[in-house]
Design a protein around this ligand. Structure first.
Ligand SMILES: [Zn+2]
Length: 265
């Protein structure tokens, strides 16, 4: 899976520069790659992770003393659990690495629990890696959203239907496009997000992938820096989250403006 590799290479290069952040939201449906990042963080191997050392195996078993995982069994993740997480993060690392927290289906955190987590996400204890994994970004408070870096997890290779990206490449090549309803527009925005995100990962890891070779994207990648693409992504996420209340034409213009030199701030 090329995209999984892109994601991994991205974190690998962050690790090399000691710049893996503390608070992340991983958006997707399959969260196994988040644990590969946890292995990358804890393993002493020079390149990637070895998969066979004590740390790698303990992460695989989800029994690493510096890893706290939550997989909600019921419908909600309660404030008591968040308090446990905060306690865990305040302890010193058992090994030399960082302390990791992986919360799967983070949209199941109750409002109270999300609020209790805010301060920790904003000022995480040194050497922590907090991964909120969610399939529903809109299930997290905007205040949580704004405090975390967002990473889109690779989608299944078989679901990658390139025809879905036709409106995206048309748009990026400057053609006029129209949508028959909000649902179609919403799927366009989502694919644009996926498209740019993959491009961003490819750019960060210095490699090309299937999507970044598509018409339009190559130019965008060449003309914008990584942080510019990141800020376009943030805008797109807001538009995507606004969903049913958005005016399509207004939103399209906004997106165009973001791509065209809206960066002279
Ligand atoms: Zn290892």
């Amino acid at each position: 899976m090329q995209q999984a590799k892109d994601l991994f290479n991205y974190f690998h290069s962050l690790k090399k520069h000691s710049s893996i952040g503390s608070s992340y939201i991983f958006v997707g449906e399959y969260f196994s790659s988040v644990f590969e990042i946890v292995k990358l963080i804890n393993c002493q191997a020079k390149e990637g992770f070895c998969g066979s050392c004590w740390d790698c195996q303990a992460v695989d078993r989800k029994s690493h003393p510096d890893l706290f995982t939550i997989e909600p069994e019921g419908l909600t993740i309660k404030i008591e659990t968040v308090r446990e997480v905060i306690r865990f993060l305040s302890l010193k690392s058992f090994r030399l690495g960082r302390k990791s927290v992986v919360i799967q289906q983070a949209q199941n955190l109750t409002l109270q629990a999300q609020n209790a987590f805010l301060k920790t996400l904003e000022e995480p204890p040194k050497n922590s890696f907090i991964a909120l994994c969610t399939s529903k970004l809109e299930g997290l408070l905007p205040t949580i959203n704004s405090r975390c870096r967002k990473i889109f997890l690779p989608f299944q290779e078989e679901s990658l239907d390139l025809s879905l990206f036709k409106p995206v490449t048309a748009f990026l090549s400057g053609q006029d496009i129209s949508f028959k309803d909000r649902k179609e527009f919403s799927s366009f925005v989502w694919n644009l997000i996926r498209f740019l995100h993959q491009g961003l990962l490819a750019k960060a890891s210095g490699q090309n992938n299937q999507l970044s070779n598509l018409q339009g994207c190559a130019i965008i990648l060449k003309n914008h820096t990584g942080s510019e693409i990141q800020s376009i992504l943030e805008e797109l996420l807001k538009i995507y989250a606004a969903g049913s209340s958005i005016n399509i034409n207004l939103a399209l213009n906004l997106i165009r403006m973001n791509f065209q030199g809206g960066f002279n701030r």
